[in-house]
Every structure is written in C-alpha cells, then in structure tokens.
Design a protein around this ligand. Structure first.
Ligand code: SAH
Length: 372
C-alpha cells in the first residue's frame, strides 16, 4: 500500500466563518435560502450592511424577529476593534482589530476637508520582507478573507459617517496600503474590490476612481488585475530605479526586475486608461541621489510615458530598529525638481499618523506599541 503524502490528509486550517461580504449576489441569495428564508431577504440584509453600514441584526427592524435571528449567521463578527488611537487633531484614526482566530491587523482612517480615506490591510503581516517597512519585519501571519477586508471599510465608513473624524464625512477613497501585499492575496482582494465598488445592495458603492491597489510589483498579477475590468488605480512601490538597489530594498525585485514591473504598469495604464502611481520612499543616502532622480525620470519616460504616470514621494517614516532616515528637505526638493524638469509629475505624500505608528510602513499590529 502506498502511503498518501502527508499534505493530503493535513487538516485544513479553518478560515473565518462565512460572511455576507464574502458572497456575490447569487451566492448571497443561495445562502439565505439555505437558512430557510425567502431569497428576497438576502437583498434586505445586504442593504442594511452595505448601505446603512450596520452588521447588527437587532437594528434591522424591518425584518421579522425570526429572520433576524437566522440572518445573524451571515454577519458574524470578523473584525473586532481592540484599540483606537487618533492623532493629527483627530483627523487620523488607527484601529487595531482582532480576527476570529486572534490574528491582529490594523486599519487607518484619514479625514480631509473634502473627503475621507480608509487604508486597509489585505494580509495580517506581510511576506515581502522589505527592510524599511515595519510590517515586513514581522513576516506573514495569514491572508485576510474578502469579508475581513470589506468589513474594515464598512466599519470605517460607519465611523466617519458618525463623526469619528470630528465632522460627519463620507469615505470616498479606499487604499490597499495597510498591512500586506494585496496581489499576493489575489482572489480575495479582487472579490473585496467588487464588494467595495458595486452599488448597494451588492456592495458599498464607492467609485473605482477612489480605490487604489498598491503593490511591490508582482508583474503577472498586475496583468491579471488589468484584465478584471475594474478601473481601480494601481500604485507600484518602486523605491529605486536600478535593479542593484531595488534587489535589496524590495526583495521581490530578484524575481521581477524594474523594467518588467514598469512594463506591466504601462500595460495596466493602457488597458484601464488610468494613470499609474509610482511610490518612492525617500531614504537618506540610500536612494535619494540626484542621479537616481534622473534615472527614475528616464525609466518612467521610456517605459510608461509621462502622461500615464505620477510619482508619489514618501518621506521615509521611522520604524523600530531601523537605522534609516528620511532625506533632508533640500535633498527631497532637489529630487522633486529633477523629476519635474524631466516632465514627470510628482507629489510628496503627507506623513499622516506618524505619532501613532499609523503612517506608511509603520503598521505592525503590535499590541504593546499601541497601548495608550
Ligand atoms: N505591499 C504593498 C502595500 C503596502 S503600501 C506595497 O508595498 O505597495 C505601503 C506603502 O508604504 C508602500 O509603498 C511601501 O513601500 C511604503 N513604505 C513601507 N515602509 C515605509 C516607511 N518606513 N516609510 C515610508 N513608506 C514606507
């Protein structure tokens, strides 16, 4: 008798329980019928969740009590807030939350005069090991489920509506710039994108123009995303225009080189008609030299074209144990000036959330660092 390889009988690690936000319209109706209820109850409960932003069945008073009890099974608590911290005069708010299995992750909500943005995590931890990023130092715990991603947005949108940022605001932007590499959790992230973009009762109805997926540059997954027909913005974390340096700053560059990543970004821009963003964290004496600004401009002009690309410079945010710093102001100004002189549009990202370790690259979901 041949013994089965162990992998076949290894117990499957149970994922989070099934949730409404994991399901598309047909699956949602089938799930409701399975619970012994008429299919139209599916749209009712979905409207509560996606339009009124509530997961509390007791608040769904237009549903009969028996139906509410049964439907509770479709909205199990998946994303349970543990701590909330605010800074920037109450306009930046970080939530550390716990999953059904104790996994920790973080979400950041940012208010601006005219809009609110939620920065979501797509994985608990991250496996990309970029040395300047706090999330990368802790490794990957697990992928987040579709509903765990969507529920971060749903809760943030409810909080913003209820005045968590000072004044009631509407979440118009969702950025996949929290913990994790979204394209390494591809299918769950794409399903989450549909739930975020589709209008109620199928989703939160946030315009695709306001949604950004940020990636280290998994070139084949960028091509796959372009083919999904979701006109979301793509952001590529480049951080260096040359392979020699990028191999160390973004280790996945050893697999997909700068040129391959930029070519995939160009195809994304061509297919979707959306301008791609290039993220570049300016690190003092590491990647901030004038010649690198010039090389970056040349690479972008050659591979993507100035009309289809925008550079977002991020002053490096400090992370525990790292010896790296942000570039001095005059070095940053010179870098910006050189890109602009070459016709490449460029903005410098604000450093929201720094004091509460909520800024880019600072999310570590470390409970000790978030205890007030
Ligand atoms: N894994 C995805 C999503 C994370 S987005 C990605 O890498 O794109 C977070 C952004 O912040 C990325 O551009 C990341 O490179 C950048 N970042 C990471 N650490 C940082 C730090 N210490 N300071 C500034 N930006 C940082």
């Amino acid at each position: 008798m041949v013994a089965l390889p162990l992998v076949f009988d290894a117990p499957r690690r149970a994922g989070p329980p099934r949730h409404l936000a994991d399901l598309d319209t047909a699956e949602r109706r089938a799930a409701v019928v399975e619970l012994g209820l008429p299919a139209y109850r599916a749209d009712q409960v979905a409207r509560h969740y996606f339009a009124r932003l509530t997961a509390d069945v007791d608040a769904m008073t237009d549903l009969p009590a028996g139906a509410r009890r049964a439907l509770a099974e479709l909205v199990p608590p998946l994303v349970t807030p543990v701590t909330e911290q605010t800074c920037d005069d109450g306009t930046t708010r970080k939530t550390l939350w716990r999953g059904h299995d104790g996994t920790l992750a973080e979400t950041v909500l940012m208010g601006y005069p005219d809009r609110a943005t939620v920065c979501v995590s797509s994985q608990a931890g991250c496996g990309m090991v970029c040395p300047f990023c706090a999330t990368g130092q802790g490794g990957l715990q697990r992928n987040l489920s579709t509903a765990e991603i969507v529920d971060q947005v749903r809760q943030a949108a409810a909080a913003a509506r209820d005045g968590a940022l000072g004044v009631p605001s509407r979440v118009s932007n969702v950025v996949f710039m929290g913990m994790g590499e979204p394209l390494a959790n591809y299918q769950r992230v794409v399903r989450a994108l549909r739930r975020i973009i589709d209008p109620a009762p199928d989703g939160l109805g946030i315009s695709a123009r306001g949604v950004t997926v940020s990636t280290v540059g998994l070139a084949p997954a960028i091509d796959r995303l372009a083919a999904e027909g979701l006109p979301v913005t793509l952001a590529v974390s480049l951080h260096a225009p040359d392979d020699e340096l990028r191999d160390t700053l973004v280790p996945v560059n050893n697999r997909w080189k700068v040129a391959e990543v930029l070519d995939a970004a160009r195809r994304y821009a061509t297919t979707t008609g959306r301008r791609v963003s290039i993220e570049y964290a300016l690190i003092r004496d590491v990647n901030d030299q004038p010649w690198r600004a010039d090389l970056l401009a040349t690479m972008l002009r050659q591979r993507i074209g100035t009309k289809r690309v925008h550079v977002n410079l991020i002053p490096l945010n400090p992370t525990p144990g790292s010896q790296w710093d942000a570039s001095p102001r005059r070095v940053q100004d010179e870098f910006v000036a050189r890109l602009q002189a070459a016709g490449v549009t460029c903005t410098v990202r604000d450093t929201r959330g720094r004091e509460i370790a909520a800024a880019c690259g600072q999310l570590a979901a470390d409970r000790s660092s978030t205890t007030p």
